[in-house]
Design a protein around this ligand. Structure first.
Ligand code: 5GP
Length: 114
């Protein structure tokens, strides 16, 4: 099911993406199938399959990604709010086996999520 890590191909430049931010630790790009007016994916360069595989040494990386998410949300004008989503494994709807945060904004959102 989750075998094709398409995000590795984006990281290597093998397939194109609309990249909005990148540094040594992470890359942020527009989701190909946006679910909100703003829908970015923020991924680590380090290969981490899913949230359940995070180890204590990943703490700085994760903190950094959150800092980048907050900075991008500000830059994109999401002053009214935004949602940061992480789907872990099949039951949560994860389809790409590379840790990623969805940064969604620009519309009202419902709770609970589907
Ligand atoms: P998940 O369902 O695993 O939490 O999220 C995977 C996300 O990756 C989906 O929102 C999907 O639209 C996005 N996605 C899948 N393949 C590609 C791609 O090749 N390029 C981009 N930019 N996004 C992709």
């Amino acid at each position: 099911m989750m075998t094709n890590n398409i995000f590795l191909k984006i990281l290597s430049g093998e397939i194109p993406a609309k990249i909005v931010y990148e540094d040594d630790i992470c890359v942020a790009f527009h989701d190909v199938n946006p679910q909100a007016p703003v829908h970015l994916l923020i991924i680590p360069r380090k290969v981490i399959r899913t949230h359940a595989d995070i180890v204590p040494e990943d703490a700085p990386l994760l903190g950094h990604i959150h800092t980048v998410a907050a900075k991008l949300a500000k830059e994109l004008g999401l002053n009214a709010g935004y949602r940061l989503v992480l789907n872990c494994d099949e039951q949560a709807g994860q389809t790409v086996p590379h840790l990623h945060f969805h940064l969604l904004g620009g519309r009202n959102m419902a709770w609970p999520p589907g």
